[in-house]
Design a protein around this ligand. Structure first.
Ligand code: NAD
Ligand code: MG
Length: 296
């Protein structure tokens, strides 16, 4: 990010219109045009997470990938969880983590499955030799124009991915996490300003905020903090793979104060702060990175 010091933040990244680029869910970051900036070239660490051990769900692409890269550059070992269809994106992240001399673990599986969630945590703990940063970030977003089109199957998949998995993964992980650890969840601006075409998704994002705030109050009794990041429009594979209609993808981020979407790397400093012991008095908070829309 430091390359962009003293530059107008509206002008440092691509702005719409973007090319038409439909993908099937889960989308791949490597197929996006322009390619998102997850910090591959730009994020510079300064030892803020030295020796820490992190699990990041959805760490193959988008916001989770930016967090995974930043954590490794700050000195943490990182396990990423993702779907098997995303192996190509995940391999790139593993290489980037290893290039920092940190340990990487690649854990492919479906978080809609409770048994996998528990296994995933156990594998992360054994591969990394412990766990003290938990980022629950995997998400499903599939727009439906009308209430009649939002099937029970859709509703179930979105709640399983965005809410049940949050509970299953947190429940399995917390017993392994020592005092000083941090939990970070990814909600959305949608929790506060829901779109008409995202009934199920917006509902889960409001749920993530409530769950994390309640969890924060419970976990501080063990010396563990929990906070929420609430992004606005961010240029990730979630959007062209059914998250938004094609026309909205084309103009993605146009209505932010910046006239452009955020890039995943622009979320990374917030994840690093919330994970680090510098955030020692920050708990149960919602950090908006919305491009000016605000979460309150
Ligand atoms: P992304 O597609 O790059 O990341 C989402 C990840 O979720 C995928 O990479 C995938 O690995 C994982 N995932 C989805 N379903 C899964 C399943 N069943 N099992 C295992 N993993 C699964 O997109 P992103 O935008 O980086 O999304 C990350 C988080 O950010 C999500 O929670 C999303 O809701 C949230 N968010 C995104 C935006 C945005 O504009 N991109 C805005 C607000 C919130
Ligand atoms: Mg992905």
């Amino acid at each position: 990010m430091s390359d962009h010091n003293l530059k107008d933040p509206r002008k440092i990244y691509p702005a719409p219109p973007f090319p038409d680029q439909p993908q099937r869910a889960p989308g791949l970051a490597r197929r996006m045009d322009p390619r998102p900036d997850h910090g591959e070239q730009s994020y510079r660490g300064s030892g803020r997470l030295t020796g820490r051990k992190a699990l990041v769900t959805g760490g193959d692409s988008g916001i989770g990938r930016a967090a995974a890269i930043a954590f490794a550059r700050e000195g943490a070992d990182v396990a990423i969880a993702y779907l098997s269809e995303e192996e190509a994106d995940a391999r790139e992240v593993v290489s980037l983590i290893e290039a920092e001399g940190r340990k990487a673990a690649a854990l492919a599986g479906d978080v809609k499955d409770e048994a996998w969630c528990r296994k995933l945590v156990a594998k992360a703990v054994s591969d990394l030799g412990g766990l003290d940063i938990l980022v629950i970030n995997a998400g499903r977003q599939q727009y439906r124009d009308k209430i009649e089109e939002l099937s029970t199957e859709d509703f179930d998949k979105t709640l399983k991915t965005n809410l049940y998995a949050l509970h299953w993964i947190a429940q399995a992980a917390i017993p392994h996490m020592p005092a000083g650890s941090a939990v970070i969840t990814t909600a959305s601006l949608q929790a506060y300003q829901p779109s008409p075409i995202l009934l199920d998704y917006a509902t889960t994002k409001a749920g993530i905020v409530a769950y994390t705030k309640a969890l924060a109050k419970q976990l501080i009794e063990r010396g563990i903090r929990a906070n929420v990041v609430a992004p606005g429009p961010v240029w990730t594979a979630l959007q062209p793979s059914g998250g938004q209609p094609g026309e909205k993808v084309k103009n993605f981020g146009k209505d932010s104060d910046f006239g452009r979407p955020g890039q995943p790397v622009e979320l990374a400093p917030v994840f690093v702060l919330l994970a680090s012991s510098e955030a020692s008095f920050i708990n149960g908070e919602v950090y908006g990175v919305t491009g000016g829309k605000g979460v309150a």
